[in-house]
Ligand binder design. Sequence first.
Ligand SMILES: [Zn+2]
Length: 344
Amino acid sequence: MIAALLVNHNSPLVLAEISPAGPLEFGQVLVRVLVSGLCGAQLQEIRGEKGGPLPHLMGHEGCGIVEEVGPAITRVKVGDKVVMHWRKAAGLESPIPRYQFSESSTHYSLPATRYFTSGRVTTLATHSICSENRLTPIPADTDPALGALLGCGLSTALATVESEARWGDSVLVLGVGGLGLSLLAALDLTRPRRICACDTNERKRSPARCAGAEFINLTDEKLSGAFDLILDTTGAPSAMENALGHLAPSGRYVMIGQPAPGQPVCLNAARHMFDGEGKTIKATQGGGFRPDLDIPRYLPALAELYLDRLITHRIPLEKINTALDLVRQGEAGRVLITMSTAES
Ligand SMILES: [Zn+2]
């Protein structure tokens, strides 16, 4: 198997030939990856903000086909198409997967340690050992791109909108990247009273409008108190500081993108947090998404979703660093990584 590895922080990923370090253990499933998503969390990992040992296998949203199952697996079987997700579903929590570098690897000179471990789901590789509870089977005719989006960004968006948006709300989405576009698509399915979006990149005006949102400027004082719900994908303290004043009395501010470690946020005019019944700031972990319960519920509704409005790039694994640059530059919507062995 070929995998994109983080070998050093703040460095390009390295393609390496690796293999499982032994037979599958209790609760482990070997998946042939078809498509992986990329999100801001990978950039945080590359910057070293998430910790963890090096080398490190990457990616936490994908779609693949089950190739082999370890002992005691009941939720998936060989041949199943599965969503690979970082949120836990029902099923077994496996031991940490172990891999080894292949002696014959032509991609990468072997480091001192031959063996290494990974998280219980990884997706930036042609194959991956996953924990049973990070996989949810989907119908065989599901578009693998849609499957991959349901592993993190789209599912987070759908679950966040379902749990936070109320009928008749005026909603502002901060940041029009892959997650922001997914939120706009999810909001479009629920049709609130007003949907606005903003981004520091003016070129995001057009994709925001295509997704049915008014593109606004955060410095517009006329927007003071205009939004019942603000969904922040940016993790940028400055965005939060500028946007909080636009929250209506009793309004809710939901942090979805994570600020970098150690970054403070200044609460301007904090007394206005008491307006109405009091305003709320909350942080959400993937919108509380429950993969095994929610994916089967969401799939039928997603037939109406225009995937091409969300997905701006499909890039082969070999060009993973080009793909990461696109996400870094803030120009892309959802970027998907396709494996050269991919079949749908
Ligand atoms: Zn993610």
